[in-house]
Design a protein around this ligand. Structure first.
Ligand code: F6P
Length: 319
């Protein structure tokens, strides 16, 4: 393999830049040429493809977002779009592609693989919902953003002796809610992977108040319902007045943490190694701090699993 491409796709995540840098530098280190595909799969279809040099990825390791830009591309879900993308790659002499993104991006990479084009998926999303890896690039940074917000909300919640509901992202996965709730000492964590029981929640809130607790923080994953809807349900059950904070897209920004930069560097470089070894159709990940890779089609067929032991622990620690 002499020439590879790299793109970022779907919702951006902090550390995507570090992954792109790793792909470019690792490839050039091994005398490959690297092309950047701009604006995700849109750029693949529209031929927005440019050569990247060592300096193209200088001064980006610490920046959130993605220098390659990103998009959610409906057209790439069609066979025509996918074949057009492959045609453009071939026109540039690009023989393999690294796709950094979440599950939608992986589905695009899977489609390219099924058309016989060598592709490696690198998990980049704040949601931590990609099968075949314990952690995704951007998750740790998003968690730190959320716990910073929880800590601040806690100050005002205590002063006013209030209950706060904090809505976090995660699409259909509860990982951001669970990990940030555990790290932020939330009283209750509501995730899509488990049904919640309002009587139980109310009971816990009352017990806390009885022993002199000044505030409560409830984390609601967006995949369950909005924070506002949950506040209404709580009001209906208790007449309790709460405040709601929707953290929204601030969870996707910011300088990546050291963990995310290291993870991105390791995964990006591994993706290049796989392409150099002629192994397309793979998804790279990390398990027990070791790099792993799986068949991308098989990986996508597996459901994402939340850590239920951690969920149980969060309940035990918030009595
Ligand atoms: O997948 C990342 C994510 O931030 C999800 O947590 C969220 O549901 C979604 O993207 C929001 O997407 P958009 O930025 O397109 O509104």
């Amino acid at each position: 393999m002499k020439r590879i491409g790299v793109l970022t796709s779907g919702g951006d995540s902090p550390g995507m830049n570090a992954a792109v840098r790793a792909v470019v530098r690792k490839a050039i280190f091994h005398n490959l040429e690297v092309y950047g595909i701009y604006q995700g799969y849109n750029g693949l279809i529209n031929n927005n493809i440019k050569k990247l040099e060592l300096g193209s990825v200088g001064d980006i390791i610490h920046r959130g977002g993605t220098m390659l830009y990103t998009a959610r591309c409906e057209e790439f879900k069609t066979k025509e779009g996918q074949l057009k993308g492959i045609e453009n790659l071939k026109e540039h002499g690009i023989e393999g592609l690294v796709v950094v993104g979440g599950d939608g991006s992986y589905r695009g990479a899977k489609a390219l693989t099924e058309h016989g084009y060598p592709c490696v998926g690198v998990p980049g999303t704040i949601d931590n919902d990609i099968p075949g890896t314990e952690l995704t690039i951007g998750f740790d940074t998003a968690l730190n953003t959320v716990i910073d917000a929880i800590d601040k909300i806690r100050d005002t919640a205590t002063s006013h002796e209030r209950t706060f509901i904090v809505e976090v992202m995660g699409r259909n996965a509860g990982d951001i809610a669970l990990w940030s709730g555990l790290a932020g000492g939330a009283e209750t964590i509501i995730i899509p992977e488990d049904n919640f029981n309002m009587d139980d929640i109310v009971g816990r809130l009352k017990k806390g108040q009885e022993r002199g607790k000044k505030h409560s923080i409830i984390i609601v994953a967006e995949g369950v319902m909005s924070g506002q809807e949950f506040a209404q349900k709580l009001k209906d059950a208790t007449n309790m007045d709460t405040r709601v904070s929707v953290l929204g897209h601030i969870q996707r920004g910011g300088s990546p943490t050291a963990s995310d930069r290291v993870l991105a560097s390791r995964l990006g470089a591994r993706a290049v190694e796989l392409l150099m070894d002629g192994k397309g159709g793979r998804a790279v990940g990390i398990e027990e701090n070791k790099l792993v890779d799986y068949d991308i089609i098989e990986a996508l067929a597996k459901p994402h699993k939340i850590n239920l032991n951690m969920y149980k622990l969060s309940k035990e620690l918030s009595i």
